[in-house]
Write a protein that binds this ligand. Structure first.
Ligand SMILES: NC(=O)c1ccc[n+]([C@@H]2O[C@H](COP(=O)([O-])OP(=O)(O)OC[C@H]3O[C@@H](n4cnc5c(N)ncnc54)[C@H](OP(=O)(O)O)[C@@H]3O)[C@@H](O)[C@H]2O)c1
Length: 326
């Protein structure tokens, strides 16, 4: 029998997810819910979804899907994840799944208690280019890394009501972009030391517009210590990239959150390239991961575990703690 997905929130990214479900093996879209019935119906028509609801809870009660994708803004993720768990429905929730560690610990703890699967939709961790760069790194392709950089930033729309500048809805560089830098850094190197340096600039709407984070990993056996600089901005077009450097070479990956390939430059200047020629919609991999985990009876994904989401939320705590009193 097909795995039945439902979507909460009929906005921008929900459309890309709907396309991914259609491409994933053994999956169908069974329902969509929006705060607006009109928007839900229009979305359902566009994507050939059989049921549309103008209320999230009503959908959960009546459609009883195998999993829900939460495609709303971070300000509502904690409450909606809780709502799905209360209805016994597994959750894949858009990034940033939570805005603070208090939210993350409480809601993920509740999901575990109730025995319901929950995962942050950190799709980048499943991309073939990201996985291949990690494989080459672990195989010693550049030796032990000593420095890394993750930069993500673009000049986001700044019209009145723009989600990027709405603090209550999870606007700001941390929830929108730093989440990728941090969760990718951990993908390559594991959890960093708890102490870190944080520098943030705050905009007039009260959101973190630009920030730089310095993370460290201590020396381990033969491995030297590692430093990583993570930058994110919603007001500046950064040269979006991941760079990992070691004594034997340097990996460079443009736009690592939506990676399509990377290069490896050796100390003598020789460069090799790796390109992902298979991916059409990169959300397919996270869709397949949820199906695999739910069918195996897991409560969390080994690729995007709860502890990762909680540690990232702790970084948000540190960024928010840097906010000056007004
Ligand atoms: N993985 C990726 O590549 C990627 C890319 C872009 C965005 N995202 C993430 O996806 C999420 C949604 O982003 P989006 O670009 O799709 O945003 P969007 O189109 O502005 O909004 C998505 C939905 O959020 C709900 N919403 C909007 N404003 C709200 C408010 N003030 N209060 C409560 N709910 C509100 C609405 O649901 P209703 O239809 O029910 O009203 C809306 O349809 C964010 O967490 C974002 O970070 C991920």
């Amino acid at each position: 029998m097909a795995f039945r997905w439902a979507i909460l929130g009929a906005g921008n990214i929900a459309g890309k997810f709907a396309d991914a479900v259609m491409r994933a093996d053994g999956c169908v879209l069974s329902a969509v819910a929006s705060r607006s019935m009109e928007r839900a119906e229009a979305f359902a028509r566009r994507h050939g979804i059989p049921a549309a609801y103008g209320d999230y809870a009503e959908m959960l009660q009546h459609a009883r899907p195998d999993a829900v994708y939460i495609a709303t803004l971070p300000g509502s993720h904690a409450a909606l994840t809780r709502l799905c768990v209360a209805h016994g429905v597994p959750v894949l929730c858009e990034k940033a799944m939570f805005m603070s560690s208090a939210e993350a610990e409480a809601v993920l703890g509740y999901a575990r208690e109730r025995g319901i699967f929950a995962m942050e939709a950190m799709w980048s961790r499943f991309l073939p280019a990201v996985r291949e760069m990690k494989r080459q790194l672990d195989a010693g392709g550049i030796g032990s890394p000593c420095f890394a950089e993750f930069a993500l930033g673009w000049r986001t729309p700044d019209h009145p009501g723009s989600r990027f500048f709405d603090a209550a809805q999870g606007g700001g560089a941390a929830c929108d972009l730093m989440v990728y830098g941090y969760e990718l850094a951990e993908y390559f190197f594991g959890p960093p030391e708890e102490t870190r340096q944080v520098a943030v600039t705050w905009g007039p709407s009260g959101v973190d517009e630009t920030e730089a984070i310095l993370l460290r990993w201590p020396a381990k056996g033969e491995q030297p210590p590692l430093l990583a600089v993570l930058t994110a901005s919603i007001t500046a077009n950064l040269d979006e990239r991941a760079v990992i450097a070691g004594p034997g070479g340097t990996f460079r990956m443009p736009k690592p959150h939506m990676a399509k390939g990377f290069t490896c430059m050796l100390p003598d200047g020789t460069e090799t390239e790796w390109h992902d020629l298979q991916t059409i919609n990169g959300f397919v991999y996270e869709v397949e991961e949820v199906v695999r985990c739910v069918q195996a009876g897991l409560l969390e994904s080994p690729v995007v575990p709860h502890a990762l989401t909680i540690r990232c939320a702790r970084l948000f705590d540190a960024i928010n703690a840097a906010k000056p009193e007004r």
